[in-house]
Ligand binder design. Structure first.
Ligand SMILES: [Zn+2]
Length: 1271
């Protein structure tokens, strides 16, 4: 109870602290040095730009200053300047109210290599598969035992009767064994290691996987009869690179002995629902390349092992066949399908491609019969009996080095007991009974019994328990039971013993949608985390483009591996924790940037006359949509990665070549003779198809499961309809329609419309979808694709729950009748269904607050603005239909698909100003430039002169929109040349109200928006937010306080921002920047002051003498305003809005390690620390007339402040300042000495994670969060 209450209290404090930027170190343990910490605490309470702590740190100075303050106050009040008196009174009031952050194309599959009916990922149209009439309707017509899953989906009851011991099956009889019919058992030790799920890839590696690999190698050496199989090369490669030559030799020896074996050998064990063939192949190549280069061709696996992906696709069978595989094993298949196959001993079959009449790509497949791949569900049908042979569950065995017990006791009555001479006979016979029963399900007398689970074999004790106890049982059985041969085995030993011993049935089709239990259908993960799914495809497109441009596998290695990692069955599926998804996204974003850099380098070299090129479409963060960086009027370079022509407007770019064009390549709107109609009230399309925005309101379901509730139309308030319906916007759901012309030879035969949805789902327990509604008589038949390569056919089943009829749609969904075919093509994978005749539903996003009992233990709530681009094609001719026809797409549809997935890559010269950088979730590439400088209020036109220095203003903002509005008002009334000089707004988190406001001022200002990617607001529970694991083993800062994100977030934001701003290409001409917060008003002469001051600092002899220009002489103390207003002064830097030039930033970069390592959460005080060490100049230049006014106080503006008071402050507080600068400057003498160097800061910045992150930002390195989870 106590813990709970204190956590709640902490939460409350955190919320409050984000609002007013005060820090919460206050809530932490008592400091070791109470007097210093007291100072720090008072510092905590200050506003960032108000350095009260500096004063208070020096006791006597503090007292003196307090004296001076009152003296000053008295002095000024006595002054005849009535305005000053008023200002002072207001500022004083504010303070009193509280002073308150590939070889070429990667061995891609081409049409010349293979016939297939689907799409070719390389963009080559596949050959038509030809007629296969008859087979589908009559699967047994060729006399061979053929199972068609599509037929089963129409006819199988999918019932769930109680099977007894084997709950989802039936009672089994043990097979008889004798010398003439012997039983051979291979017990296969394995450990299922997810490359990211609850923990990130690196976290799992450090905490578990490396220990597992150490353990395996050690225990295999102890007994040559021991075996082990390993699937995830991503982990193995990392481990391998850390091993000594001796251990590497041991591994080679174990591979040679066939004790250790790679299975599948992919980078990961990929998901098979959301992935496409290209990515599946890249991840396989990455693993195989490593094995080949490290151990040699002979160690590349010949057998596949896929035990955890949630449903299976024949595309994987095809791919593995193409890579020379001889067999594969799968596990998670609908229990009713398993049962039906088991009843006919068809769990081992030849998986045949639906289009492959000759069986050229047949793959021998073993389907595990039971519920799971863990030990209880692997030895035989009785989980209670099997569990008792999971020796990792013995007491005191599954305990890791940290004393954490990671294995659970069996949840059944039977418990695990060690094997010894007295019980071995009895126990061995119990186990043999399970193997004999399992064998009854198969046509060979060979049994495979995997022994392992998630992250097993973590300690030697566990490995010993598993190997030794099993060996005792094996020895007994081998010696005492005739006809039994049992041993540890590898996957190839099993398959080698089975394949060829019987004539397997043929099976066609897929194993979607998977259910593991009752009506728990895993159809939610087809859509979960659509932003990340889309980012994955974006990476694929970029990689593909680079590879067609000539990039080699070696050049693309890191990018290929980042992409490969994301194909893992907890990554692209969206079934990992928030921080893990973030880790994948960061890796992908970095990969995209790396590939683009490669392309830019190549193009710039080839097109020197174009200047510095950049990709037009870029994303400012790993979870932000792309924005256009190129000018619409400029010529842009167009690269066509396809082998067929593509258009940008009227410009045609030939296949695999370059062209020039202007943006945008396509605009919303209709084409001549358009038949499109929209509803005037909703803006939604009514013809030729009816468009519905719909919402499933649900009560259950999580990242994996979709559990329907009620379906209703999306009720958008604030609907804005533009262009008669071609653009429709609501607050969180926007849609653009682009009608496109079809090639001449298809005219009149097809309608082709593009729908771009941008959604930002904010309410929990909702699933958003778009329904395309037609009067096509689809008769319950629905076609989707498998991995952009194969097709699947589904039949509507009124007797089955809705969640059973939602399917993966990696790229394509289609319905048809004899008159028309409706096809929806997508840019990334999502869930789809056809629940009513004539309709196709495409999921756009889902948001759920709870887990769904599959171990993730969290919902899906990290939704961000997500773009789903859909192409809808209505064809009236040229497609095959009829019951006996295999589904196939038309050449037109294939072309549309290729262009959607591999559009032109656009490169332009650097834009002068980037409007709406990362800000506008709605793509504004279609809109004409919205910048239209208008002069309001004062006549400042005479001041729109060419200023010598470009000094953009940078605002660091959080959520105080009411303040910021006033700030912008003051800026509007000032001489700031908003037509030519941008303002840069750096958001610490996506506060919608702030974003909306910023968007609203884009007509008046040139706005560059930045979003701090390491914002604590957006990462509350992971670095740099409060990740509790960071405090594990951390001894605390200089005061012994543990890490508290709220203390250090502002320094993180500032540090990131200053590095970002000085590197921004769009403001590369800027001489310097004025850094402000969201609550500082500016004087009408702000820019004149900046120009004059900066001109002075720009002199050679001043550059090294002055840190910069500050704008408030008083440092927020009214009494400090000098009598002689019309002058400039030199004083020591304290804090406050500051203007620094590029030269000073370079110096700061040089000494950034000291800045980053100084244990002080205040960015400004950290700079003062550098000044104290003599590393940075401490002088600033400052006008005697304050040119900024701090209005920020605790709480909301209106609670504390009368408008009239503020108005007065605004009107009288900031006066024009026109003073010239000569060499004669008054100096505040006492403050001209360097500040005292401190060994110790105010704390809160002692954690190596914060310091490392900071250093990487300064060194231009990618501060991947992964590196911060371990000390
Ligand atoms: Zn897994």
């Amino acid at each position: 109870m106590t813990t709970l209450r204190s956590r709640q209290q902490h939460g409350l404090e955190a919320t409050a602290s984000r609002g007013d930027k005060t820090k919460t170190a206050l809530t932490k343990a008592p400091p070791t040095n109470p007097s210093v910490r007291t100072a720090s605490r008072i510092g905590d309470k200050r506003n960032q730009f108000f350095d009260l702590h500096i004063f208070l740190n020096y006791g006597w100075i503090g007292i003196l200053l307090i004296f001076l303050w009152f003296w000053g106050l008295y002095y000024v009040i006595q002054s005849t300047d009535e305005k000053s008196t008023k200002l002072i009174e207001i500022q004083h009031l504010l303070r009193k109210r509280g002073n308150g952050a590939q070889g070429k194309a990667g061995g891609k599959i081409t049409s010349s290599q293979v016939q297939h009916s689907g799409f070719d990922i390389a963009g080559n149209p596949a050959k038509d598969m030809g007629a296969s009439a008859g087979k589908y309707a009559d699967p047994d017509s060729d006399g061979h035992e053929t199972i068609d899953m599509r037929e089963w989906s129409r006819t199988l009851p999918f019932a769930n009767p109680d099977g007894g011991t084997w709950a989802q099956g039936f009672e089994l009889d043990p097979i008889p064994i004798s010398k003439t019919t012997p039983l051979k058992v291979f017990v296969v030790p394995h450990s299922h290691c997810d490359p990211g799920w609850l923990k990130t890839f690196d976290e799992y590696y450090q905490s578990q996987t490396k220990h597992i690999l150490d353990t395996i190698m050690e225990s295999l050496q102890q007994d040559q009869r021991r075996k082990f199989i390993w699937a995830e090369i991503s982990f193995f490669e990392k481990w391998w690179n850390e091993q000594s030559a001796d251990i590497q030799d041991t591994v080679r020896m174990l591979l040679r002995n066939k004790q250790f074996e790679f299975v599948t050998g992919g980078w990961v064990q990929p998901d098979e629902a959301n992935t496409d063939l290209y990515a599946m192949e890249v991840q396989l190549q990455e693993g195989h390349d490593f094995i080949r280069e490290t151990f040699g061709e002979e160690y590349i696996p010949k057998y596949g092992w896929s035990i955890d992906p949630f449903g299976f696709s024949p595309t994987m069978a095809y791919l593995l066949k193409k890579y020379g595989f001889k067999g594969m094993l799968i596990q998670r298949v609908h229990y009713a399908v398993k049962k039906e196959l088991a009843l006919h001993r068809q769990l081992e079959f030849l998986w045949r491609q639906t289009w492959d009449d000759e069986g050229e790509y047949d793959m021998f497949t073993h389907m595990m019969p039971f519920f799971s791949y863990d030990v209880p569900h692997s030895c035989g049908p009785d989980p209670e009996v099997c569990c008792a042979f999971d020796f990792a569950r013995l007491p005191n065995v599954g305990v890791d080095a940290d004393g954490i017990v990671y294995t659970k006791e069996c949840p059944w009555e039977l418990k695990v007991k060690p094997i010894h001479q007295r019980n071995v006979a009895k126990r061995a016979m119990v186990l043999l009974d399970q193997y004999r029963k399992k064998a009854s399900l198969f046509r060979s007398n060979v049994v495979i019994a995997p022994v392992g689970d998630d992250f097993r074999y973590r300690t030697l004790a566990e490995a010993q328990a598993q190997f030794e106890n099993h060996q005792l049982l094996f020895d007994y059985l081998n010696e005492n039971i005739a006809g039994v041969s049992i041993q540890f085995g590898t996957l190839s030993e099993y398959f080698d013993a089975v394949i060829g011993t019987f004539d397997p049935p043929i099976l066609k089709g897929s194993f979607f949608t998977y259910a593991d239990h009752k009506e728990d259908y895993w159809s939610g993960y087809f859509t979960s985390r659509p932003f990340d799914k889309a980012l994955g495809r974006r990476l694929e497109r970029t990689l593909f483009a680079a590879e067609t441009m000539g990039a080699t596998k070696e050049e693309m290695r890191e990018a290929r591996r980042s992409m490969s990692l994301f194909q893992h069955h907890d990554a692209i599926t969206g079934t990992a924790t928030d921080k893990v998804m973030e880790d994948y996204a960061t890796r992908m974003q970095n990969a995209i940037l790396d590939i683009e850099q490669w392309m830019v380098k190549k193009l710039t070299a080839e097109h020197e006359h174009l200047g510095t090129l950049q990709p037009c479409w870029q994303s400012p963060s790993s979870r932000g949509m792309d924005v256009n960086f190129c000018n619409e009027s400029d010529q842009v370079l167009l690269f066509n990665p396809l082998d067929t022509e593509q258009l940008c407007g009227d410009v045609s770019v030939k296949g695999r070549s370059m062209g020039m064009g202007t943006l945008p390549c396509e605009r919303p709107g209709s084409i001549p003779n358009s038949i499109i109609q929209f509803d005037p009230l909703s803006g939604l399309m009514t013809h030729p198809i009816k468009e519905q925005w719909m919402v499933w309101s649900v009560n259950e379901g999580g990242a994996y499961l979709f559990v329907p509730g009620s379906l209703h139309d999306y009720k958008g308030i604030d609907i804005q309809i533009e262009m008669g319906g071609f653009v429709v916007k609501t607050k969180n759901w926007r849609r653009t329609v682009i009608e496109r012309t079809v090639p001449t030879n298809f005219q009149g035969k097809a309608t082709f419309i593009e729908f771009i949805y941008e959604t930002n789902l904010r309410d929990d327990e909702e699933e958003w979808l778009v329904r395309f509604n037609t009067d096509i008589q689809s008769d319950g038949v629905f076609h989707t694709d498998l991995n952009g390569f194969n097709f699947d056919t589904h039949y509507h089943r009124p007797d089955l729950p809705i969640q059973a009829q939602v399917y993966p749609m990696p790229t394509h969904a289609s319905i048809q009748d004899s008159d028309r075919r409706l096809t929806v093509l997508s840019e990334h994978s999502q869930g789809t269904a056809s629940l009513e005749d004539g309709t196709i539903d495409v999921w756009l996003d889902r948001r759920l607050s709870q887990g769904d009992g599959r171990g993730l233990e969290q919902g899906v709530q990290d939704n961000v603005w997500t773009r789903s681009k859909l192409r809808v094609l209505v064809e009236t001719e040229g497609y095959k239909h009829g019951q006996n026809e295999e589904f196939d797409t038309t050449p037109l549809c294939k072309q549309m698909w290729k262009e959607l997935n591999h559009p032109l890559e656009l490169f332009g010269t650097v834009k002068d100003t980037v409007k709406g950088f990362g800000s506008t979730p709605f793509h504004n590439d279609f809109k004409p430039s919205n910048f239209n400088p208008t002069q309001t209020g004062d006549d400042l036109s005479h001041k729109q002169q060419a200023y010598k220095y470009e000094i953009p203003i940078v605002f660091m903002v959080q959520k105080r929109v009411d303040y910021f509005k006033r700030v912008i008002d003051s800026l509007r009334k000032s001489d700031f040349p908003r037509a030519t000089v941008p303002i840069i707004i750096s958001h610490d988190g996506r506060i919608q109200e702030m974003i909306n406001f910023v968007e609203s001022i884009q007509s008046d200002f040139q706005v560059i928006q930045l979003f701090h990617p390491y914002s604590c607001i957006e990462h509350p529970n992971s670095f740099p937010g409060d990740d509790p694991s960071l405090n594990k083993g951390y001894e605390g800062d200089s005061y012994g306080n543990l890490r508290d994100a709220h203390v250090c977030c502002l320094k993180h934001h500032f540090t990131w921002m200053i590095n970002e701003v000085f590197e921004l290409t769009s403001v590369k001409m800027a001489a310097g920047f004025l850094f402000m917060e969201e609550d500082y008003l500016v004087a009408p002469t702000i820019y004149e002051t900046l120009q004059t001051g900066f001109g002075f600092l720009d002199q050679d002899n001043k550059k090294d003498e002055y840190f910069g220009l500050t704008l408030d002489i008083s440092d927020n103390f009214a009494n400090k305003i000098p009598k002689k207003r019309n002058q400039w002064t030199t004083k020591r830097f304290v804090s406050g809005p500051m203007t620094i030039g590029r030269h000073m930033f370079a110096l700061l970069q040089q000494f950034s390690n000291q800045y980053c390592e100084f244990d002080d959460y205040n960015w400004d005080w950290s700079m003062v620390h550098l000044m104290g060490k003599g590393l940075l100049p401490c002088k600033t230049l400052v006008p005697n007339e304050p040119q900024v006014l701090h209005i920020g106080i605790d709480g909301g503006l209106h609670d504390h402040y009368e408008n009239s008071e503020l108005e007065e402050a605004i009107t009288i507080g900031l006066q024009p300042f026109h003073a010239k600068l000569s060499g004669q400057l008054s100096e505040v003498g006492r403050f001209m000495d360097f500040p005292k160097a401190h060994d110790q800061g105010y704390g809160g910045w002692g954690h190596p994670a914060d310091q490392e992150h900071c250093k990487k930002l300064f060194h231009g390195q990618d501060p991947k969060p992964k590196q911060y989870f371990h000390l």
